[in-house]
Design a protein around this ligand. Structure first.
Ligand SMILES: Cc1cc2nc3c(=O)[nH]c(=O)nc-3n(C[C@H](O)[C@H](O)[C@H](O)COP(=O)(O)OP(=O)(O)OC[C@H]3O[C@@H](n4cnc5c(N)ncnc54)[C@H](O)[C@@H]3O)c2cc1C
Length: 417
């Protein structure tokens, strides 16, 4: 069995984009059409700059494969962020990303992006007593910073999840779920309608800086521009001529049932919350708009679907919801997360007016949209103060491939048990 991505089968946004042929001159070149690139293209075009964005396929990367949980902040709790970046910079990043769900849902509403957006809230579910301590700690930290959250006890969690597996949950009613690929395609459609040139089947192969200009080559064309953004996150495909982002690759996969009838679904997530848990080898679960049950976990499915991970998905779904016994999964697909050493995204300045943004470490719908918008503002007003985080001039992450292999081994062992 081969991978088949549910979001590709159900995306309501289906814009078309042309191939890059010949020479194009723009103010900005953007390499990569996920949330970061598309959000940057949209903001730049709305501010009157000419933009050319290239990709093999819009939403080919994490933006077209993820769980679709639109959450505030990063994975890290805010005190950790302030500890790593220092109080002032940490507060700036935390405050910026606290507003990210507003940014995403406002863009969706304002531009009529058809992505089954459902701002019903998300639940961070405590899988153990330690997990409960973790969410209470997060609750304290986030509440002190103005977030409106609720800690649910075991009974309340059972009522809203329909599962008795959890000790409690942290509810964020301002968060929600989307069809992630549709959102990305919608952003690209709107950017194109505002004048951005969006090209598909057009991978950057070489980038050079010549006569004060960035020249980006693809198989059939090239773009000349004064400013450039590399927004390839975990999906960078061979570009020569520039230093590349360094990160630890972590695989995550999902499995979805077919649309389920009322009698099976009636106790499962009655309020349509999107959920993930506190386990180190974490899992996620949600419904889509047609009542498919979708479960996710860490691991590399491989092209032909690893038995270890696919059998785990069935067992896990059944352990959460006995009514899912013998319900087959119809779609299995996976994606790659780019994890940085400190789990904080990076804005890497690799040359004049040249930035690479990567390392969302598993939370990129809100952050990617926010970072893309902010970098476009820097291109417009040439002032880096509007960035949520200081750019670095180093892209060093240590032993990244080895760390990725360890995480995969841990996930396989965990999914065997
Ligand atoms: C399975 C999974 C589940 C996740 N779940 C969530 C979640 O629920 N909530 C959340 O907030 N985040 C989640 N994330 C993280 C989130 O999806 C990513 O952080 C986000 O999509 C990154 O967006 P991006 O635009 O930076 O990169 P991407 O979406 O990865 O886009 C990079 C693009 O660059 C293109 N590219 C690469 N090389 C070239 C080249 N040479 N020329 C042109 N284009 C190129 C690729 O084709 C790709 O389309 C998840 C990630 C994964 C993988």
């Amino acid at each position: 069995m081969k991978q088949n991505n549910l979001w590709q089968e159900t995306s309501e946004e289906k814009p078309t984009f042309k191939l890059l042929e010949g020479t194009v001159e723009s103010d900005i070149t953007i390499v990569g059409g996920g949330y970061t690139g598309c959000s940057a293209a949209l903001t730049a075009a709305e501010n009157g700059l000419s933009v050319s964005l290239i990709d093999q396929q819009i939403g080919y990367g994490g933006s077209g494969r993820n769980v679709g949980l639109v959450n505030a902040g990063l994975w890290l709790p805010p005190e950790k962020v302030e500890g790593i970046l220092g109080k002032k910079d940490g507060i700036k990043l935390n405050e910026a990303l606290a507003t990210a769900p507003d940014l995403v849902f406002n863009l969706i509403n304002k531009n009529n992006i058809s992505c089954n957006a459902d701002r019903a809230g998300t639940l961070h579910c405590a899988h153990s007593q330690n997990g409960l301590k973790d969410i209470k700690n997060r609750y304290r930290q986030l509440s002190e910073r103005g977030a409106e959250l609720k800690v649910l006890d075991k009974n309340e969690t059972e009522l809203v999840t329909g599962s008795s597996s959890f000790q409690g949950a942290l509810l964020n009613e301002k968060a929600g779920t989307i069809n992630p690929l549709s959102y990305c395609l919608g952003l690209a459609r709107v950017a194109q309608s505002r004048g951005a040139n969006i090209f598909e089947s057009s991978l950057a192969t070489k980038i050079e800086f010549h006569n004060n200009e960035w020249i980006t080559h693809t198989e059939k064309g090239l773009i000349k521009s004064k400013k450039i953004l590399i927004a390839t996150n975990a999906y960078l495909k061979g570009i020569s001529g520039i230093p590349t982002a360094k990160y630890t690759p972590v695989f995550y996969f999902q499995a979805a049932t077919k649309p389920l009838p009322k009698e099976i679904i009636k106790n499962i997530l009655p309020k349509s919350h999107g959920c993930w848990d506190t386990a180190t080898v974490m899992s996620s679960f949600r419904l889509d708009c047609d009542n498919r049950f979708i479960i996710g976990g860490i691991g590399n499915l491989g092209q032909n679907i690893s038995k270890i991970h696919s059998s785990w998905a069935k067992r896990k779904a059944y352990s959460l919801y006995p009514s899912l016994k013998n319900i087959p999964f119809e779609c299995f697909w996976g994606g790659e997360i780019s994890m940085t050493d400190d789990h904080i995204p990076k804005i890497y300045r690799f040359g004049k007016n040249a930035y690479s943004i990567f390392g969302y470490s598993g939370r990129g719908i809100g952050p990617g949209t926010y970072f893309g918008k902010s970098i476009a503002e820097v291109f417009c007003n040439e002032n880096e103060d509007s960035l949520p985080i200081r750019p670095t001039s180093s892209n060093n992450q240590r032993f990244s491939r080895i760390k990725g292999s360890f995480i995969e081994l841990g996930a396989k062992i965990n999914h065997l048990i």
